[in-house]
Design a protein around this ligand. Sequence first.
Ligand code: SF4
Length: 317
Amino acid sequence: MQESKNPYQNEKRYQSYSEYLKGIFGSRVQKLSIDAGFTCPNRDGSIGRGGCIYCNNEGFSPSYCHAAKSITQQIQEGIEFHSVRYRRAQQYLAYFQSYTNTYASVEKLEKMYNEALSFNDVAGLVIGTRPDCVNNEILDLIERISKKVYVIIEYGVETTNEETLITINRGHSYQLAKEIIHETARRNIKTGAHFIINLPGEPANTFIQQIDEISALPLTSIKFHQLQVLRNTVLEKKYKSDPSIFKPITLEEYLDIIIEIVEHLNPNIVIERIASEVPPRHLVAGNWGLIRYTEVARLFENKMAEKNTWQGKYYKK
Ligand code: SF4
């Protein structure tokens, strides 16, 4: 296999999101999660019912983030929460995180995004959504905002495999996700994507087969999560009646797999996350214990160094 040279001079052997944001803003930037009260078309019946089989959006948000509070209140409390924790001046990105954050009229979206941007400390927006929940009008709005401040749209893509998307009841195709990612990037809007490793029918060690396709997408950033079976999900029921639907992998196994993925990933794509972190009490299967994400990231970085490897080492253009 052909190798590139290690282009990373620092201890992180990949394009990390924190360094990327520091490069843009000149200092540490903190994301503030917001639950703006959106729902999801894959749960309310307009696209599907029941949602993606692994979906359980309850219980993982920070304490300040709750739809019963206004966007203004969530941002005020979020800034307070983080300034106590980190005790230093920061800039913030308002992260429209819960459910589908473009699932409203353009007028309503504009009002919500502007409410977040009215804070001096809020330097931009991160908008999490589904690829089938944007249209030209919404992209026009976000494009206009992105000419003034930092904005990234993060699409849940999950897999490039059309059959798996049906199995997980995702409600959209990969083909559509690909087209929307290209259209978003064509408008010079920063574009992120989220993928899940170890989905039913896709053993974790086969995800590598998707990486050339993913590397060819015009992405600014990427997030990877390992599948976990959460309580109160369709997946929990399916797993309990047929445990062969999900084969948990250990953290050690996962680190080897994610490193191989990163070695083949386009080195221009910034890596925002390599794994998810869910409190063990919410888990039915896929539990790595009480380990925090920062520790998983540290183990990943150490293992990359041990293996003398880096992002894009085996990337093929
Ligand atoms: S798109 Fe997101 S919020 Fe909607 S059902 Fe799927 S995981 Fe849940």
